[in-house]
Design a protein around this ligand. Structure first.
Ligand SMILES: Cc1ncc(COP(=O)(O)O)c(C=O)c1O
Length: 360
């Protein structure tokens, strides 16, 4: 490839071209420091400004109240699957909504840590092709938290309605953070791996309400949220470059009009692709039309494996790449995070229509 492609990867994923350009421009000499960001000491005032600005940008974008702490951690969203029960499991009881592979992994980890796990709703029996209704009466009042995954990267479902429960709600927003507006105050904690809507892999963002911190004593230092809150994400060397790119992404998003702007754009982008699939003869989306469809991840397929293969090959030749579906669903998956331009979605939709006409 001699030019940039439309990259539909589920993550690490496309980043705004403007951000990559700015990072390239600043690669060798950041803000007159005579060195690149990767070479800056995390204890320097130049770097402190980067992390402070990153936090301020995220707070502004998500309207995060003062009683929530923002952390930039490592270990991916997967480490959060363990840190959550470790830090919040006072009664050793947790309720989970099972909406796909990632919530399944979170459940597994909680069980490993000796939690009594109650799955209050699940769509597993229909290959997670819808977002299950939650009967709030099934949520235990003495559970330490209710865990939800509002957007399912692999199966392409989403639901931003937060069950009205009295226990803390914890959400894995790895694949939909900042894709649409929601109230941070509906959650006790939100976490997200950066590599989809935020920046490079290696950073995980945690937004945690103050009363959730320090519930359990004696945890290993690095696995205790209190350590990272007390040290403002600088207990040890943070993923400095990833946080810098996240800051550039936040600045870029704010300049364009914030989450509201992206929500509108994301709805248009998703509709362009869903319409092409729904109006075709050959293609079917994994999730049926309606409110459960993700704005970020669209799994779709034909009913013939050789047609899926042909589609992927021809799409790739057109510069529409990384469309292969996850092995558990098969077919194709278009991940269209905030940084995917609408032109990429249009090009994919046009290609779906053309392929349908030629092969149906
Ligand atoms: C919803 C969700 N949760 C968790 C993960 C795992 O993230 P990580 O690789 O950062 O551990 C992913 C990765 O795709 C995801 O989509």
């Amino acid at each position: 490839m001699t030019k940039r492609v439309y990259n539909f990867s589920a993550g690490p994923a496309v980043l705004p071209e403007k951000v990559l350009q700015q990072a390239a421009d600043e690669m060798l000499n950041y803000a007159g420091s005579g060195m690149g960001v990767m070479e800056l000491s995390h204890r320097s005032s130049t770097y402190q400004k980067i992390i402070d600005d990153a936090e301020a940008g995220l707070r502004k974008l998500m309207d995060i109240p003062a009683n929530y702490k923002v952390l930039f951690l490592q270990g991916g969203a997967s480490l959060q699957f363990a840190m959550i029960p470790m830090n919040f499991g006072v009664n050793k009881k947790a309720d989970y909504i099972n909406t796909g592979e990632w919530s399944g992994k979170a459940i597994k980890e909680a069980k490993k840590l000796g939690m009594d796990v109650n799955v209050v709703a699940s769509s597993e029996e229909s290959t997670f092709s819808f977002f299950p209704e939650v009967d709030v009466n099934k949520v235990r009042k003495d559970a330490d938290y209710l865990h939800i995954t509002p957007n399912n990267t692999i199966f392409g479902t989403k639901c931003m309605d937060v069950p009205k429960v009295s226990i803390p709600v914890v959400a894995d927003m790895s694949s939909n953070i900042m894709s649409e507006k929601f109230n941070v105050t509906d959650y006790a904690m939100i976490y997200a791996g950066a590599q989809k809507n935020i920046g490079p892999a290696g950073v995980v963002i945690v937004i945690i309400r103050e009363d959730m911190i320090g519930k359990i004593k004696g945890l290993p230092t690095m696995l205790d949220y209190k350590t990272h809150v007390d040290a403002a994400s600088m207990f040890n060397t943070p993923p400095t470059y990833g946080i810098y790119i996240a800051k550039l992404v936040f600045d870029h998003m704010l300049a364009l009009g914030g989450v509201e702007y992206f929500e509108k754009l994301n709805k248009k982008k998703a509709a362009i692709i869903y319409d092409a699939i729904d109006n075709s003869k050959l293609f079917k989306a994994h999730v049926k039309p309606g409110k459960d469809r993700s704005l970020m991840n669209i799994p779709f397929f034909t009913d013939k494996e050789e047609l899926n293969e042909k589609f992927l090959k021809q799409a790739s030749a057109e510069g529409l790449v990384t469309l292969k579906g996850h092995r558990s669903v098969g077919g194709m998956r278009a991940s269209i995070y905030n940084a995917m331009p609408i032109e990429g979605c249009q090009k994919l939709a046009d290609f779906i229509k053309k392929f349908d006409k030629e092969n149906a």
